[in-house]
Design a protein around this ligand. Structure first.
Ligand SMILES: [Zn+2]
Length: 380
């Protein structure tokens, strides 16, 4: 007897996979033996099993002997690919129906393919390695000479990352784009004495009171803005009754940024069911995703050292001549942009290198002050 399962058995986010079921499956009102749904598109388990095996073979090698550090077919589908629908509790039986004819689905025989000969598993912990090295080993990688005993692997890795994906995320922000910036006003401060509705009060902090942020080290002040007012306010994690300044800016020229909100264009490259799957892209995609997660973490819970890795990536992007990085707000619906531009230069710093000033790229349209009624603060 032919055995079958259905589209409702599987994670609805696996697009390529579902497309295959729609192409190769059939409609029937019969109840699925695995998920009990009658509505799903049905497919023969051998036909689907062949397709799954092809995907696994694209990304994993069967190393021929069992080892604790390797993965079973069931672990790959359940933990790595996250193939099954959350509510489907017969995922193990289903894995057997699909793949048992290839090998024991619980034998740890499979290992992720590596980018090229000579690499080791290390690159699959690439973000962790990068972050660790930035924090505890070698913070200033551009000062480290290349040569024997020092492979400068962070620089090499960032170069490869840049060539294979970052440069494709280039985006231009048109002149005249409106962007917003919020600043919480300490209750001790008095308008007219300590601040005003002007550029100095809403622009980037000057270097003497610049604190480290997700993308800027202490002392280097960047211009952080948000797509809309609501996102700017949420980024400030404002609490009820706090006073806030909100500035509206307009960009003055075309600005080139790396658009981190587009990293999902590489999803095909990390989808083992897509013929476009690429082992190296899977590594880079993980790095890009981890960066996005780090950048979105709330400010007030982190120690300055938590930012070192993201700051270095930002500085690397800046070194390639970009004006900034655009990224998804972790709290608001819109996006944020950090521009590598600082406050107005004070005359005595004329002999030193200074960041270009933000007034070169944006003009303040208006500043308003108001008191927060709604709680914007989100518990981490
Ligand atoms: Zn089903």
């Amino acid at each position: 007897m032919r055995s079958f399962c259905c589209s409702d058995c599987f994670n609805p986010k696996r697009d390529t996979f579902h497309r295959f079921i729609r192409q190769q499956g059939y409609e029937s009102s019969e109840e699925c033996p695995y998920c009990k749904s009658a509505a799903g598109f049905k497919i023969d388990t051998d036909v689907l099993g062949d397709f799954i095996k092809e995907g696994i073979d694209r990304a994993y090698d069967n190393i021929g002997r069992e080892s604790e550090n390797d993965l079973s077919l069931f672990e790959i589908l359940n933990d790595r690919v996250i193939l099954f629908e959350w509510e489907n509790h017969r995922e193990h039986d289903l894995t057997e129906a699909l793949l048992a004819r290839f090998c024991d689905v619980d034998k740890k025989l499979y290992r992720l393919k590596l980018e090229s000969e000579g690499d080791d598993e290390e690159q699959y912990r690439i973000w962790q390695n990068f972050e660790h090295d930035c924090k505890y080993y070698n913070r200033f990688f551009d000062l480290t000479p290349r040569g024997s005993g020092n492979t400068n692997r962070r620089t090499d890795m960032l170069e490869k990352l840049y060539e294979s994906c970052l440069k494709n995320l280039k985006e231009e922000i048109e002149p005249g784009t409106e962007l917003f910036r919020a600043r919480v006003i300490d209750s001790k401060l008095k308008r007219g004495r300590d601040y005003n509705l002007d550029e100095v009060s809403i622009g980037p902090a000057d270097k003497s009171n610049s604190q480290s942020g997700r993308m800027n080290p202490e002392g280097i002040s960047y211009f952080y803005v948000a797509e809309d007012e609501a996102t700017a306010l949420k980024e400030g994690r404002l609490r009820a009754k706090e006073r806030v300044l909100i500035g509206r800016f307009k960009t003055l020229k075309k600005l080139t940024v790396i658009d981190w909100t587009k990293v999902n264009i590489y999803e095909k490259a990390v989808d083992i069911f897509s013929p476009k799957y690429s082992p190296s892209m899977a590594v880079y995609q993980d790095f890009l995703r981890r960066f996005a997660i780090e950048v979105g973490k709330p400010n007030e819970t982190a120690k300055p050292i938590e930012y070192v890795a993201t700051q270095l990536v930002a500085e690397y992007v800046r070194g390639h001549g970009f004006d900034g990085i655009k990224y998804d707000s972790a709290v608001g619906d819109g996006f944020d942009v950090v521009f590598f531009y600082g406050p107005e230069i004070t005359p005595e710093s004329g002999d030193f290198n200074v960041l270009p000033k933000y007034t070169d790229i944006a003009r303040l349209i208006d500043v308003r002050e108001f008191k927060i009624k709604i709680e914007y603060y989100l518990e981490p």
